[in-house]
Design a protein. Structure first.
Length: 506
């Protein structure tokens, strides 16, 4: 049975033969006039007109003096019809090949074809080729759609193959792009300014997460990769901007899960002189807009749950939910009481448990069964150190979280702008860090200084691409083009490049 190396060796032989003929297997120029799908869609207008199409060969059939080649570009496929008496011969100076050189082509190669638009005898829209040029010679065969490319590990490692062979995977990242474009469009239409903030920070904050650490040689200091966009964007509110946002990567040094990746794309906006009630109305509108633009529907079936994003949102009170489910008073129960509730519900109990972490685990056990859309409000202050206190209940904050299909798909607050209150909460978080909680927030004294100069009341919101993953119905790794994996070099590649990879330890 032929191996990958055997196929590659045969293609290398063809590559040498092409070079010996004077053909450049990798020219820089191409001259497309029409996409494949446009030729098919506009056949009535293009029939008998000369066009030039380009694409990857996905099929070749040769019958004596006739040949049929199917090429695929981003838009779709088109058939090339080649007849010996109609196709120009070898012209190495123009990188042109004739019928005689077709055996030197393989599936996976990229070609350019010029000719009239016709219908074949079987009625298939085709290009009757007069000139055929090689644009790129492939050295490894692409798996055929018939054979399939289904091994998960292989698909994630060689996503460029996955997207070529599995159309649904390629289409997924078109929708992912639409998701972020719709997010950006909506905010721009509402008067928000996109202002990019640093990825490298002296002190990182805005979320409960363990950061990645790196070192900047120019300053000879350690920096953190941001875990959130929050604190720099709020500095912009303090600087006088009233509506700002940023979209970009954030980094959390945590394990992979169905819903989380250590690196992912997120968006946060901040809106001066608005509060959490304003934010809830705004985000209901934004969710509808973004999802409609991305998926062309507001009706979803996710994780066995029917979700109607067009209906009125329910509003749930955090303490009431926990009390009804577990009999726990989130404001007055001891840590031992909460740990017992965790154990009774077969949830993990760690030695380093705090009230905040433990109650959050209880809530997540409820959350997993929620259809939504639901707004979760009145979260305890000790769980939300950056949100403004509720005036009618000093133990809770003005925080709003959307619960959809068993997940929290965003997070919003009336932002805390009292510097003394904020400092006290930072100190509490710092004490948790010193007690061993690596996810507790750092004390950012520069942020406190900004608040002392004054920041107006504001509402803030953030969501990550997990919103897209959930509505797309995929796991986190399936939802990004190139997920991080442990580095590996397979045996075939080692065999092909023994000198290059000599001594490699991966």
């Amino acid at each position: 049975m032929a191996t990958l190396k055997d196929f590659r060796d045969e293609r290398l032989r063809k590559l040498k033969e092409l070079r010996d003929l004077g053909i450049n297997p990798y020219p820089a120029d191409s001259h497309r006039t029409h996409n494949a799908s446009d030729i098919v869609a506009q056949f009535d207008n293009l029939e008998n007109q000369v066009v030039t199409a380009v694409g990857r060969i996905v099929g070749i059939r040769k019958f004596g003096k006739l040949a049929f080649i199917v090429i695929k570009d981003y838009s779709g496929q088109i058939q090339l019809f080649l007849r010996l008496d109609n196709v120009a011969g070898l012209d190495a100076a123009n990188n042109q090949i004739g019928i005689a050189e077709l055996p030197l082509l393989d599936t996976g190669d990229f070609v350019e074809a010029t000719g009239k638009v016709i219908k074949s005898k079987t009625g298939e829209i085709s290009i009757e080729v007069t000139n055929l040029r090689l644009l790129a010679k492939s050295l490894r065969p692409m798996p055929s759609p018939i054979e399939g490319f289904t091994n998960k590990e292989e698909r994630l490692r060689r996503r460029y193959i996955d997207m070529n062979v599995n159309q649904d995977v390629r289409d997924r990242f078109v929708r992912r792009s639409k998701f972020w474009q719709a997010t950006r469009d909506f905010l721009n239409q509402k008067g928000f300014l996109e202002i990019n903030v640093p990825v490298l920070e002296h002190t990182t904050g805005g979320a409960d997460a363990t950061p990645f650490v790196t070192h900047m040689d120019a300053l000879d200091q350690d920096f953190y990769l941001r875990i959130s966009h929050e604190l720099p964007l709020k500095r912009l509110i303090g600087a006088g901007y009233e509506k700002v946002y940023d979209i970009g990567p954030r980094f959390r040094n945590e394990n992979y899960s169905e819903e989380h990746l250590p690196e992912h794309i997120a968006m946060e906006w901040y809106w001066a002189y608005a509060n959490w009630q304003d934010g809830m109305k705004f985000m209901e509108e934004m969710y509808k807009y973004v999802l409609e633009q991305t998926f062309s529907t507001l009706q979803f079936h996710l994780n066995g749950k029917d979700i109607d994003m067009n209906k009125d949102w329910e509003v749930w009170d955090y303490a009431t939910v926990i009390k009804d489910r577990y009999g726990i008073d989130v404001h007055n129960s001891s840590l031992d009481d909460i740990k017992k509730a965790l154990a009774d519900n077969k949830l993990e109990v760690k030695q380093t448990e705090s009230c905040a972490r433990s109650i959050d685990k209880l809530w997540k056990n409820v959350r997993k069964d929620v259809n939504g859309p639901v707004w979760l409000i009145n979260v305890p202050k000790f769980i939300s150190p950056l949100a403004k206190t509720n005036p009618d209940n000093e133990q809770t904050v003005q925080r709003f979280q959307p619960i959809i299909a068993g997940s929290e798909l965003g997070n919003g607050f009336s932002e805390l702008n009292d510097p003394i209150d904020q400092l006290n909460r930072f100190v509490q978080q710092q004490n948790m860090r010193e007690a061993g909680d690596t996810e507790a927030m750092m004390l950012d004294i520069d942020f406190i200084e900004m608040l002392e100069y004054g920041m107006p009341p504001a509402c803030g919101w953030g969501y990550s691409e997990r919103v897209f993953w959930v509505f797309e119905g995929v796991t986190a790794r399936e939802g990004v083009p190139f997920p991080q994996l442990r580095a590996e070099i397979d045996s075939t590649t080692r065999e092909i490049y023994p000198d290059v990879l000599y001594g490699d330890k991966i």
